[in-house]
Design a protein around this ligand. Structure first.
Ligand code: SF4
Ligand code: FES
Length: 375
């Protein structure tokens, strides 16, 4: 039996209900982005949850209050039963967002996915020119395939969001990326600065933006938001190593969202498996409601009682919730620590100094994300 989460006055905290779920249906992917948010230890194909289990998970999610599911990967298109998985999410009453690289899904298949119930498509772009896009994705020819895919998306009539992950090697081209999203008729663009855990943490020297780039990106986003008001929404994840306060990761641990990994592990966030002492229940063995309400992993950082100083006595503790637990794990070696990107963290000065050095690096060599051989 797990300890109930509490606030700093010792009062029990009752969990809210989730509204969104990320369904990572596979870790297989034709691309090899060096900042992939998947774990460094990727799940083998033989361990992937079958479509029938996904259907059960979607019903349980809807019953719990989830309104939308983001079907993602890896590349969800590598699953031949993707249309069945989509149809079962729709049948459960969920709004279905397909997050894809656009590689490997033909126009005919996209039409099938439309019939199966995809409501919205989110397409990742790695650059604004073929050379950059193909090099960052590790996939020659990716750019042309993505541009064709984006055309089909709008022809078929899906609302489109562009996912643009930015870092030192492409941040200067952010204005062109926003322009490209406009040209592709996107309704939304997510401009997300690389988050340095997992694969990206292996590539800090090649990807860390400079302080000047971070300021430039903020200005570009602010200007574009004004210019495009009413036409295109811009979501923005800033370069937090150059910020004063951390982001409220996941809007707070286990408050509004959850993830299911390809093998059925139910996670409070996509990187939670980087916390070595944490164990995760599997949707094959336990109901989603039970896991959400009762499990140790979901209750670990609910409420405010768990927080260390300086968070305990900080007036932002219910604004950013002490920052990102996985980033605290990666940078401080302790998931319970104040996120070191916070200027009040004792580790902040060292982190900023290291980021300055990394951002001045002249290497563009990267460790690409790959499944180990035989997986
Ligand atoms: Fe957030 Fe903790 Fe920093 Fe305060 S001290 S701003 S709560 S991370
Ligand atoms: Fe896990 Fe931020 S990615 S809490």
């Amino acid at each position: 039996m797990t300890e109930r989460p509490r606030d700093i006055d010792g009062n029990p905290v009752t969990p809210g209900l989730p509204i969104a779920m990320l369904a990572e249906i596979t870790h297989r992917c034709p691309l090899a982005c060096p900042y992939c948010s998947n774990p460094v230890e990727l799940t083998r194909v033989g361990l992937e949850l079958p479509a029938t289990d996904w259907a059960r998970a979607f019903r349980q999610a809807a019953d719990l209050g989830v309104l939308q599911v983001h079907i993602s990967g890896g590349e969800p298109g590598v699953r031949r039963d993707l249309a069945d998985i989509v149809a079962s999410a729709r049948e459960a009453g969920l709004y279905v967002n397909l997050i894809t690289s656009g590689i490997g899904i033909t126009r005919e298949r996209l039409q099938d996915l439309d019939r199966a119930g995809v409501d919205h498509v989110q397409l990742s772009l790695q650059g604004i020119r073929p050379d950059m896009a193909d090099r960052i994705s590790g996939h020659p020819g990716s750019w042309n395939k993505k541009m064709a895919f984006a055309e089909w998306v709008t022809e078929i009539g899906f609302p489109l969001t562009i996912n643009a992950v930015v870092h030192r090697q492409n941040m200067d081209r952010l204005p062109d990326m926003i322009q490209l999203a406009e040209t592709l008729d996107a309704r939304r663009i997510e401009v997300a600065t690389v988050q340095f855990h997992g694969w990206a943490n292996l590539n800090r020297k090649a990807l860390m933006p400079t302080r000047e780039q971070a300021a430039f990106a903020r200005q570009i986003v602010n200007d574009a938001r004004l210019r495009l008001r009413g036409r295109m929404v811009i979501d923005y994840v800033p370069a937090d190593h150059h910020a004063i306060y951390p982001k409220a990761c996941m809007g707070g641990w286990a408050t509004t969202g959850l993830n299911i990994a390809p093998d059925g592990s139910v996670l409070p966030c996509h990187a939670a498996q980087t916390i070595p002492w944490m164990t995760f229940d599997n949707i094959r063995d336990r109901s989603l409601r039970d896991i959400w309400m009762q499990s140790d992993a979901f209750n670990a950082f609910r409420g405010t009682e768990w927080m260390p100083e300086p968070c305990q006595s900080c007036d932002r503790k219910t604004v950013d919730f002490g920052g990102c637990r996985c980033q605290a794990m990666a940078l401080a070696g302790n998931a319970r620590a104040t996120d070191p990107v916070c200027s009040k963290s004792p580790l902040h000065a060292g982190l900023v100094a290291a980021a300055e050095v990394e951002s001045q690096g002249d290497t563009d060599e990267m460790v690409y994300r790959r499944l180990k051989k035989g997986r």
